[in-house]
Ligand binder design. Structure first.
Ligand SMILES: NC(=O)c1ccc[n+]([C@@H]2O[C@H](COP(=O)([O-])OP(=O)(O)OC[C@H]3O[C@@H](n4cnc5c(N)ncnc54)[C@H](O)[C@@H]3O)[C@@H](O)[C@H]2O)c1
Length: 438
């Protein structure tokens, strides 16, 4: 194996995971080629325009000046790489089964150039058995054998878009390969960009550890979402209850309810686990129940909007509904799988006239496939019978919102500590606002 500084790296898939990885290796002094099947994305990157919040154009430009190259598959130099990382999407189908299409397409691309001595590292989140199963089988169609001719590893990613600390060298990384030697090889390479690489016994263990991280989050969000529904019936404030429980200094972790889950990971990854579990005649009811609860939350938000309008003697049908925030979480432009898609489609399906404002997102496609163009905050506030808060970006002028909006449905406690009027705000998990701020 060549020594660390000589290693040539290829990164297949230059999105939220692959681009920061390619830049980190470039900054560590390695020679890196980034490869992406999306031509416009490659052109954008080559022009030093970063499509990702956490990577600035300046940082990308510096990496390009320092030797990072980007290419579409036909003009890539995969055979020259010593190590190939795969960071392509792992979506689910409409029926919520894993879609390994992008991962297997990437494997086909690599297989066409695979040569003895290479190390291939899958980073895409997936079910246990992918790396050593279908991914390996596709690579071995080259005639080369994993463990004998080339090395194969799985190393999950922990980056959390919008949280630069999550990409720091101090966040531990996991890796497991098809042999102990290959695990050591992959770990040694990852130590160029990370201070704490943990070696596991197999790719399967690393794949399941990554799924556990995301399933843990999904299950706990489902737990507090259920609690929110219960609190609405009991006349209690779920936010007060959660804050109170969170004063316990041990054995409790704070999760908050909301309009549903979004992004590439939390709404998707649990289904990778439950699908794989069924192959072992094991129904993972816990995981599936959590998914069902979280997927039902946008419908509950639509019901809350109807309830709020009802309080004013208005019907949802024909009402003008303004949605505030459509990104899947605050302070990012990433709107993939955002619960806003189901909220907007659900409102429109019941006859509402829906508009949105999001300082980070200009165009948004709802769950029915309808494209919406964002409007200015003042336009939204001036033309809405009810404003529904889905994502509480810091960049929104909240004083203005609660000053001007007559009626607000607040799904994320954005009205906390603000002066609000009695029955101005219907809060998810807590009911109507009382006289002033809390
Ligand atoms: N986004 C996150 O925060 C995050 C965190 C941890 C893990 N992950 C996992 O990492 C993987 C990648 O996620 P992402 O958010 O970076 O996705 P992304 O959609 O941002 O980027 C994926 C890129 O891969 C490219 N691509 C798709 N198929 C390709 C192919 N066959 N060959 C070359 N390029 C191809 C796409 O054009 C796209 O640019 C997923 O499995 C995801 O679950 C994501």
């Amino acid at each position: 194996m060549s020594n660390r500084s000589d290693q040539r790296i290829a990164v297949v898939g230059l999105g939220y995971v692959g681009l920061p990885l390619a830049i980190a290796f470039t900054e560590a002094g390695l020679q890196v080629e980034g490869i992406d099947a999306n031509g416009p994305r490659v052109a954008e990157l080559a022009a030093a325009h970063s499509p990702i919040d956490d990577i600035s154009d300046e940082r990308l430009a510096t990496a390009l000046a320092d030797g990072l190259s980007v290419a579409e598959p036909p003009s890539a130099h995969l055979a020259d790489a010593d190590v190939v990382f795969v960071c392509v999407p792992t979506p689910i189908t409409r029926s919520k089964d894993p879609d390994l299409g992008p991962v297997l397409n990437a494997a086909t691309l690599i297989r066409e150039h695979l040569r003895a001595g290479q190390l291939v590292v899958l980073q895409s989140t997936t079910f246990p058995g992918t790396t050593s199963g279908p991914f390996r089988e596709e690579l071995e169609r080259s005639g080369l054998v994993a463990g004998r001719d080339f090395d194969l590893a799985f190393a999950p990613e922990r980056v959390n878009p919008g949280d630069p600390a999550s990409a720091s060298k101090g966040v531990p990384r996991l890796v497991g390969a098809t042999s102990q030697a290959a695990t050591g090889r992959a770990a040694a390479l990852l130590r160029c960009i990370n201070d704490n690489v943990i070696e596991l016994s197999s790719p399967d263990a690393a794949e399941l550890a990554k799924l556990l991280e995301n399933v843990f989050r999904n299950v706990n969000i489902a737990l507090v979402n259920q609690l929110a529904l219960l609190c609405e019936r009991m006349g209690l404030d779920v936010w007060e209850v959660i804050d109170a429980a969170a004063t316990k200094p041990f054995g409790f972790m704070r999760f908050t309810p909301g309009p549903g889950v979004g992004g590439h990971c939390i709404p998707v990854d649990p289904y990778y686990l439950s699908w794989r579990a069924r192959e072992f005649d094991f129904i993972d009811r816990f995981v599936e129940l959590a998914g069902d609860i979280n997927f039902a939350m946008p419908r509950h938000v639509v019901d809350l909007v109807a309830e709020a309008l009802n309080d004013r003697g208005k019907a949802l049908k024909g009402a003008r509904v303004g949605v505030l925030g459509v990104a899947f979480k605050p302070n990012v432009r990433d709107a993939r799988n955002s619960p806003a898609a189901a909220v907007i489609a659900g409102l429109a399906d019941r006859g509402a006239d829906v508009h949105f404002h999001d300082p980070h997102v200009d165009v948004f496609v709802d769950a029915d496939g309808t494209q919406h163009h964002g409007v200015g905050l003042d336009d939204l506030l001036g033309a809405s019978d009810v404003v529904t808060v889905v994502t509480a970006h810091k960049a929104i002028d909240w004083d203005r919102v609660f000053d001007r909006a007559d009626l607000v449905v607040d799904t994320v406690d954005s009205s906390r500590d603000r002066a609000v009027r009695p029955r101005q705000v219907l809060r998810l998990g807590a009911g109507w606002s009382a006289r002033t701020s809390r």
